[in-house]
Design a protein. Structure first.
Length: 212
């Protein structure tokens, strides 16, 4: 049947709630290896998105939701998170532009485009201890689930679980990109905050689909 604009909006609204709930956690993670502002920036950005969601026209589709998220995050979120997440949602929006509902293949295309946008903007790859370490396993898991004939909710749950595992797996890594890379070996032993916020958002997407 596919996931429509109702799911897209529910994902972003639930994601905003989750980021607000985990704001302090993300601040602490970022304080260990970065500026300490990731939780505050993500919360502020998604609260701004919530305000703008109410202005979407009745005929909006999922891509319109993601484009709104992109432009809002780029204009309101400081540091690296705004451009990275903004590019992710913008590329994702372009991948599903015009579609009123998203089937499994479209979800894989959405996640893949978002990940590729992050890679393009941040010049990072798997193993660099960045949000890519959550997004790449999520894309791979989503593609595998879709190939096995899983429905949309199961695809998103597979992506979320893989992202969560990817975020945990950043803990022993030595950062090679971003501010954390300045710490060298001292960055090991800490979870990457961008990977963690990515896992939280992808879990919110799966939860929104499961709620229907």
């Amino acid at each position: 049947m596919g996931l429509g604009v109702g799911w897209a909006e529910a994902w972003i609204r639930h994601g905003a709630d989750v980021l607000a709930e985990h704001r302090l956690e993300l601040i602490i993670l970022d304080r260990d290896i970065g500026d300490g502002d990731h939780g505050e920036n993500m919360d502020r950005g998604f609260q701004a998105v919530l305000i703008r969601l109410d202005d979407l026209p009745p005929e909006a589709n999922p891509g319109d939701v993601f484009k709104l998220v992109a432009t809002t995050l780029i204009s309101t979120v400081g540091g690296a998170a705004g451009p990275l997440y903004g590019t992710a949602f913008l590329k994702g929006a372009l991948a599903v532009a015009g579609a009123s509902t998203l089937d499994g293949a479209a979800l894989v295309a959405l996640l893949t485009a978002a990940r590729d946008g992050i890679v393009l903007r941040g010049k990072a790859e798997s193993g660099d201890k960045t949000m890519v370490d959550a997004w790449t396993p999520a894309v791979d898991a989503a593609a595998a689930a879709a190939a096995d004939g899983a429905d949309e909710t199961a695809i998103l749950h597979a992506a979320a679980a893989a992202a969560e595992g990817g975020a945990v797996a950043t803990e022993p890594l030595v950062a090679r990109k971003g501010r954390a890379s300045y710490l060298g070996e001292r960055s090991a032993g800490h979870r990457d905050p961008g990977a963690q916020s990515s896992a939280l958002l992808l879990r919110a997407a799966a939860d929104a689909a499961a709620r229907g």
